[in-house]
Design a protein around this ligand. Structure first.
Ligand SMILES: Cc1cc2nc3c(=O)[nH]c(=O)nc-3n(C[C@H](O)[C@H](O)[C@H](O)COP(=O)(O)OP(=O)(O)OC[C@H]3O[C@@H](n4cnc5c(N)ncnc54)[C@H](O)[C@@H]3O)c2cc1C
Length: 397
């Protein structure tokens, strides 16, 4: 097989990139190791920045998003039983975010790609990227979804590794030029999906001496909630009742406040580890890395999916510019351009995580500092504006 741009991975990054290239008349092939049902079911992110929504719309993937996405104009910070609302449009000159699950973004992009787009091969696992430094890089892959399983080669002009944190494309960057910056956290998130209307119309980020919790949602009838738990926790050790009881404790409000947590049947339960990770550079020869293949953020800032979108928008712009003019300058600065935005998101996600989670070895001093940081946001328009600007998103490129 031969193509102009070989894309490894059909997560949000790979699928959107295929769409953007197709719309610009550039051919690509997407290789995805999992089957379609698995990719469309995988529960992950749910908050789209304004810029992400705009890109999906202009790529032709905004129809259902516009119909079903929930516009959110703020979040609530809850601590010491107090409630503080951060008003995004008022602080940022009109910006907001949209609640629309990653599963739905993926479904929309898969449907578009299969209806009008280049090949998207499911159960096609990339084994290695070869010749990244040459002008003819190749992806060796095995297509289990084909009638006969056999190893094949996809020859490309360029390869974009959109294969997530556990993919193979990053391995093609030689160790001598790779730099990794990483932090792991001694806690994870126990996340649940529940068939019950959200207990609040905006997300609630709660700091509590028992640990962090987050009230989120997927739709007007489905709640998504999270509890900070030890990193090695097994979700099976938590009964449904224990989860609701713990959420009730951590989301407590002041006496007299009539807020209440609505309980309902829990339909999914899992633990997500927390990690900050950046691989530099994001380009080696004709191999480009995008999304989780190059960087991971803890989910507290709701940035992972939005960063992946930023990377592929940057690549698509650079590549279309190159094809139209022969000028490689935007491709040459791809890594630098993306990393600027990536590090801002890393900083913000780290700051939100450490402000709201209680480390197992937290001292009374640490607790006071967390409260002081939250008080600063609640009482300073400058601090609150910074949070609102970061949450609603950094500009692309
Ligand atoms: C459990 C979990 C929960 C998360 N929750 C949140 C959240 O609440 N908020 C938030 O903002 N972010 C969240 N994230 C992060 C967010 O979902 C990711 O940042 C986003 O999925 C990145 O998109 P991507 O396309 O770069 O990578 P992915 O979505 O990981 O897609 C990579 C794709 O590549 C495929 N692949 C892997 N290896 C190969 C191979 N060798 N050959 C072919 N295909 C391959 C994978 O099957 C996958 O489909 C979460 C992530 C995880 C793992």
């Amino acid at each position: 097989m031969r193509t102009t741009v070989g894309i490894i991975g059909a997560g949000p990054a790979g699928l959107l990139l295929a769409r953007l290239l197709h719309n610009a008349g550039i051919d690509s092939v997407v290789l995805e190791s999992r089957d379609r049902a698995y990719v469309e079911r995988r529960q992950r992110a749910g908050i789209l920045e304004q810029g992400t929504v705009d890109v999906l719309r202009s790529a032709g993937a905004g129809e259902r998003l516009d119909r079903e996405g929930l516009r959110h104009d703020g979040i609530e910070l809850r601590y010491d039983r107090r409630r503080h609302r951060v008003d995004f449009p008022g602080l940022t000159g009109g910006r907001s975010v949209t609640v629309y699950a990653q599963t739905e973004v993926v479904k929309d992009l898969v449907a578009l790609q299969l209806a009008k787009g280049g090949p998207l091969l499911f159960e096609a696992e990339a084994l290695a990227v070869e010749g990244a430094e040459s002008d003819r890089p190749r992806v060796r892959f095995v297509h289990r979804g084909a009638a006969e399983t056999e190893e094949s080669v996809l020859e490309c002009d360029y390869v974009v590794g959109c294969d997530g944190f556990w993919g193979v494309s990053r391995d093609a960057v030689p160790a001598a030029v790779s730099q990794v910056f990483e932090r792991t956290y001694p806690y994870g998130w126990l996340g649940i999906l529940a068939d019950v209307p959200p207990s609040h119309d905006e997300l609630v980020y709660a700091r509590h001496d028992r640990g962090f919790s987050l009230l989120s949602m997927r739709s007007p009838t489905v709640s998504r909630l999270y509890l900070q738990v030890p990193a090695e926790e097994d979700a099976a050790d938590w009964s449904d009742e224990a989860i609701w009881d713990e959420l009730d404790r951590r989301l407590e409000t002041a006496p007299g406040d009539d807020w209440a947590l609505h309980r309902g049947p829990i339909t999914a339960k899992s633990v997500t580890p927390m990690r900050s990770y950046v691989h530099e550079p994001m380009r080696h020869g004709n191999l480009f890395l995008a999304g989780d293949a190059a960087h991971i953020v803890p989910p507290t800032g709701a940035k992972g999916l939005n960063l992946a979108v930023g990377d592929v928008v940057t690549f698509a712009r650079a590549f279309v510019h190159f094809r139209r003019t022969g000028d490689t300058s935007l491709l040459d600065t791809y890594s630098e351009t993306c990393l600027h935005r990536v590090w801002q998101a890393e900083r913000f996600s780290y700051a939100m995580t450490t402000m709201l989670h209680r480390a197992p070895d937290a001292t009374p001093f640490d607790d006071r500092i967390q409260r002081a940081r939250l008080d600063r946001i609640a009482t300073s328009r400058a601090a609150e504006t910074d949070l609102a600007e970061c949450y609603t998103g950094f500009p692309f490129g």
